[in-house]
Design a protein around this ligand. Structure first.
Ligand SMILES: C[S@@+](CC[C@H](N)C(=O)[O-])C[C@H]1O[C@@H](n2cnc3c(N)ncnc32)[C@H](O)[C@@H]1O
Length: 371
């Protein structure tokens, strides 16, 4: 039997696609970047690797059907032609997510009903409907100018849900965003890593996972494990090989926060992520450190709960602390306000921006080197 090649799509938050592209390239996969992700082709091996290894993507979709339809009758007929039995099982609930733009068929609930009808004609059973995507399978339908693109979500729960973060702080950073910050800072484990506003520890934990070469998907399940085409032997082989490449992290990864509760959460999260051996979390604000060279990757307070003046003071202190404590620092800062970042008086450049929890944040990177 020939190996099937699928049309796949790695979804990444708009603004972070270039990081996902670099990660795909590192896996030997060529992707074509579009807004919101990357199109790529591959068999099960590529699908499994993308799910297991991509730190910056949110999910991996498999394109099942692409066609044009302008009537409901046509829609049901076209949908019924595809092999849904591969992905949809009578015992696994399915969540449908439909969006339609500039199309004759625009009523999303009616589109969903007809798609379910088309699927039923093919599989000869009525799919169970899920309330959330976490529950099982999800089918994502995008209609644009009458063109239907119907995909199944091979990941299940979003890929940034690695499985280690049970406890979260007030403004927790998503894991894939933390990973993007580390890629932007070019975190190469050549110097210690410090996050002076670590909160629940996301940046430090992601840094330690990278340092130890622990795949981000090592702790979780994926929707494709329930597909009829799933190849458990191949999947186990890929996972085993990845786990055999885990190594020690020899460099310090340190997180600090003014809040005692945040530090407790960070420690518990690190324990669950299996990086307690190389991370160190301590309560404190701008501590003295025993090293002079570091990566400083951080997500300072946004200033939503405290005044602008106080927030600017925090940024000013951050800039001063970096300049006074390090002879060399590679820096990445995530912030919603350019004027806060300017207060640091650090040589930073905005490399991208993206939406985080409904807030537009900029990612600023730079380096200081005292000779
Ligand atoms: C935006 S949150 C960081 C979230 C974090 N990246 C995470 O993954 O949970 C900012 C953190 O800065 C801490 N903080 C605020 N002012 C501080 C200060 N002066 N020194 C140290 N930490 C501070 C807050 O307690 C909060 O946890």
């Amino acid at each position: 039997m020939g190996k099937s090649i699928y049309k796949l799509f790695a979804v990444s938050p708009p603004g972070l696609e270039s990081f996902t592209q670099k990660e795909l390239e590192a896996l030997g996969i060529r992707g074509e970047m579009v807004k919101g992700g990357l199109d790529f082709k591959g068999g099960l091996e590529e699908l499994y690797k993308a799910n297991l290894f991509l730190r910056t993507a949110t999910r991996i979709l498999l394109r099942v059907a692409i066609f044009k339809a302008t009537t409901f009758k046509e829609l049901v007929e076209r949908v019924s032609r595809y092999p849904w039995e591969i992905y949809i099982r009578p015992d696994v609930p399915v969540k449908f997510r439909v969006t339609s733009r500039r199309s004759k068929l625009y009523h999303t609930k009616a589109i969903e009903e007809r798609i379910i009808r088309g699927i039923m004609q093919r599989v000869k059973f009525e799919p169970l409907i899920a309330e959330t995507e976490e529950e099982g399978e999800s089918v994502i339908v995008k209609v644009e100018r009458d063109k239907f693109t119907i995909s199944v979500n091979s990941s299940g729960a979003m890929l940034y849900k690695r499985g280690y973060k049970k406890l979260v702080g007030e403004a927790p950073l998503r894991e894939n965003m933390a990973a993007s910050m580390l890629l932007a800072a070019e975190w190469d484990k050549s110097m210690p890593l410090v996050d002076p506003f670590c909160g629940s520890g996301t940046i430090c934990i992601e840094a330690a996972l990278m340092c130890k070469n622990i795949p981000p998907g090592a702790f979780r399940e994926f929707a494709f494990e329930k597909w009829r085409i799933h190849d458990p032997q191949l999947w186990e082989k890929i996972k085993e090989e990845a786990l055999s490449n885990i190594r020690e992290c020899k460099v310090a990864v340190e997180g600090f926060d003014i809040s005692k509760k945040a530090i407790e959460m960070a420690r518990e999260n690190a324990l669950r992520a299996n990086v307690q051996d190389c991370t160190n979390f301590a309560q404190g604000s701008f501590p003295r450190l025993p090293f002079k060279e570091a990566f400083v990757v951080t997500n300072p307070p946004y200033g939503i709960r405290i005044s602008t003046a106080k927030t600017q003071e925090v940024y000013r202190n951050l800039g001063r602390w970096i300049r006074e404590n390090f002879s060399r620092a590679k820096i990445a800062i995530l912030s919603p306000m350019k004027k806060f970042v300017e207060t640091t008086e650090l040589p930073l450049e905005k490399v991208t921006s993206f939406s985080h929890g409904g807030i537009r944040v900029g990612l600023y990177v730079g380096e200081i080197l005292k000779i």
